[in-house]
Ligand binder design. Structure first.
Ligand code: HEM
Length: 439
């Protein structure tokens, strides 16, 4: 295939991915807008159905509704989409005897995270106390799969951090290979980029699977829950991201075109801008900010890996690459800081959330991580790199501190993956049903 057609293919695939992804994204967080029976209502007779209306389209097969009686008996309703309203789900109710009942609901919203809540109503008269609300742990159990940290499912969050981290490393190294100042240390670059190109789609696929399990009711993977997860907006973006990562693998291993692989890997990262909280909260700001955040961070991590790949080169050549990497890292750190602060500003409702919420604490940890990384950068630029010009200089000292900087960056990236699953502190949903979002 000629270079021209490779370029045309890459552009066509990327445009299709973004148009398809953006089509279903510009919605807010799913919030419960109204319900039948209404919250706190007293009905003369048993309802025949429960109908929940949300602020946006809901994936019916990923939703579930429980009717909890005062004696704790739970009736799990068979939930279906309302044929007349894609934002609503319906569940038929067996006749209920007089008393208080609690509706406990769980849906998956635009950011791919399960959201849940509950409210009470009475049949006959408002007598006795309503069934107790599900505890936060029960609700977390109900919405987050496996062990949790700050109400976030640990395994999907870790997989997300590792998958995005490896895709960032791939794009970053390809960036330096594609735009190397002079003939690139191709063998060293290849040794680095080829395993990354295999690992990226594998890890993205594992994360997509973990996300499916987390989003599925009771966290069971059935053909239904997989089909509905893949059919949802988030599922579609996960598939496009995976497809682009496989195309990068093809471009690295089969057509051996680093710049083409770079286009696909960078496309997968930019598409990540349309996932997580960015897809649900102020997307017009958060989506480009996240894409910039990941692309800049990938140039940064790519530069550090590139320097390690260059350590066998002649010291003059290594020193030249160090200057290039340091220049890119400086700009990348500024873009990462600005885009990170922009996202934090739209995801948190007040600066106090920084000190009063788990999300805020993680953001502070990331800011400290960035400051540590910038300190490494300063140390390299003002202390280590000048020494490379001295007689008998070797790259060993720089290689050692670059490894430490990389280890710090891996921690910050994993914090980023966790942050994407931790519910940002937000003012309670304004719906009359006082829905408490668990995730
Ligand atoms: C001022 C410092 C930083 C701030 C304020 C910040 C803030 C953020 C925020 C708010 C998110 C979005 C999380 C969500 O979805 O709710 C995020 C994600 C992320 N950040 Fe940062 N960040 C900073 C530095 C860094 C650095 C230095 C790196 C790596 C070099 C990094 C890598 C990531 C990654 C990989 C994600 C996850 C993206 C995803 O899962 O889609 N961040 N960051």
């Amino acid at each position: 295939m000629r270079r021209g057609s490779h370029r045309a293919l890459a552009v066509a695939v990327l445009v299709a991915a973004f148009v398809h992804a953006a089509r279903g994204v510009l919605h807010a967080h799913a919030m419960l807008v109204s319900s039948e029976p209404a919250a706190e209502s007293v009905l003369a007779a048993s309802p025949t159905r429960v109908r929940l209306v949300f602020s946006e389209e809901i994936e019916p097969s990923l939703a579930h509704i429980d009717v909890v009686a005062s004696d704790g008996r739970v009736d799990r309703l068979h939930v279906a989409g309302d044929p007349r309203d894609v934002d609503a789900v319906i569940g038929a109710v067996h006749p209920l005897s007089p008393g208080g009942y609690r509706i406990v609901w769980h849906v998956v919203s635009a950011d791919g995270h399960p959201v849940g809540g509950s409210f009470v109503f009475w049949v006959g008269a408002r007598a006795g106390s309503p069934p107790p609300d599900v505890t936060d742990d029960e609700r977390t159990l109900n919405t987050a799969w496996g062990p949790t940290v700050a109400a976030a499912p640990l395994l999907p969050a870790l997989l997300r951090g590792v998958a995005i981290g490896v895709t960032m490393a791939l794009a970053g190294v390809l960036f330096f290979m594609a735009f190397a100042a002079s003939e690139p240390p191709s063998a060293a670059g290849d040794r680095l980029v080829r395993p990354l190109a295999v690992a990226a789609p594998l890890l993205l696929a594992l994360h997509a699977l973990a996300w499916c399990v987390n989003a599925a009711p009771e966290h069971r993977l059935t053909t239904d829950s997989i089909a509905s997860a893949i059919g949802s907006t988030v599922g579609r973006i996960e598939l496009w991201r995976l497809g682009l990562a496989f195309l990068a693998l093809w471009a690295v291993w089969l057509v051996r075109r680093p710049w083409l692989a770079l286009l696909f890997a960078a496309g997968a990262l930019a598409l990540s801008g349309a996932t997580g909280h960015s897809a649900a909260i102020t997307p017009l700001v958060a989506m480009p900010a996240r894409a910039l955040h990941l692309l800049a961070a990938s140039a940064w991590i790519g530069g550090l890996l590139w320097l390690l790949a260059c350590r066998a080169l002649a010291i003059e050549r290594f020193a030249r690459e160090a200057v290039r990497v340091s220049g890119v890292a400086l700009w990348a750190s500024l873009i990462v800081a600005a885009s990170g602060i922009a996202m934090a500003a739209v995801f948190l409702t007040s600066p106090w959330d920084l000190v009063h919420s788990a999300y805020g604490a993680l953001v502070i940890a990331k800011v400290l991580g960035l400051l540590a990384l910038m300190a490494f950068g300063g140390y390299h630029r003002f202390r280590v790199m000048p020494a490379l010009a001295r007689e008998n200089a070797t790259p060993s000292r720089m290689v050692m501190t670059v490894r430490r900087e990389l280890a710090t960056m891996v921690v910050v990236i994993l914090l980023g993956g966790l942050l994407a699953y931790v519910p940002p502190a937000r003012s309670p949903a304004s719906s009359p049903v006082a829905a408490s979002s668990s995730e």
